[in-house]
Design a protein around this ligand. Sequence first.
Ligand SMILES: [Zn+2]
Length: 296
Amino acid sequence: MAFLRIWLLLLSFVLVAPGSRSQGARSLQKCHSYLQTEFKYGEHYLYFDWLQFQWHLKELQTLYPKFLSIETIGYAGQYPLYKVKTTGATSRQRRLRVLVTAGTHGTEPVGVASALDLLERYGRDKSFRDKVELVVFPALNPWGLSRFSRRNQQGVDINRSFLDGQESENSRLLMKDLSGESFDLALDLHGARSFYEHFLIRGAADGGLAENSIRAISKKDRLDSETGEYPGSFGGYTLFNEGVSESSNMGTMKSYAFDQLRIPYAYTFEYPGKVNPRQTHRLNFRLVMSMINHLL
Ligand SMILES: [Zn+2]
């Protein structure tokens, strides 16, 4: 009898194990087909998930140990939430202080890649280091990034949880860490899966910063309103100009940055999920640099 029980136990492992492997393989395949292609860091071309992200972050730390300081602000489940601060600038002039968050939705890895690009730029470019100080949370939803899930481990949309009483474990750690900090600019990097063009969501009227910044990409890549007139709308967003919108969603990182941290310029960046990610990534990063350069 004991022998039979052990045999059944072994059989159940054999039956379960291939199933879980094929599920893992399927989600990896889903991730591959979504990204279609790989991203470039230095000499490396690689596609992107949580493991690749960690690999790239360590690579950046190895490449630029003097300029990047990586810490963990806490754990969401078993996963670390990383914070990267820039260091080692030699200039005495006042630098633009920029807060960057990405990977809040695990299905939007291009934003994570752009956040890492920005750190790479800082490490490589002395003139950039002299003008800018960065605080970057490159992957706010590691569980989601590792499983290609929009939500976190508890099924919460983190980008609706930056509200008192409605925090997720991810947003709680971030808000605790940022409490009392001040920044000149906040960029929260996202993607919109059903869109073909880029757009920015601003905190409020911004003196034309978003409008001027988004001109770094061509008109065909900026989101139009349904009628082509402004103000107008598209997909539930109010558009004030091509690719410049506001949103009434509560509890977003952008609204926390704008309303609670009082960061004067706070934006959600949305890249189009329907476009080849290699091209999208390039334009997404160009937009990030364009907005920073407009404030320098
Ligand atoms: Zn998003």
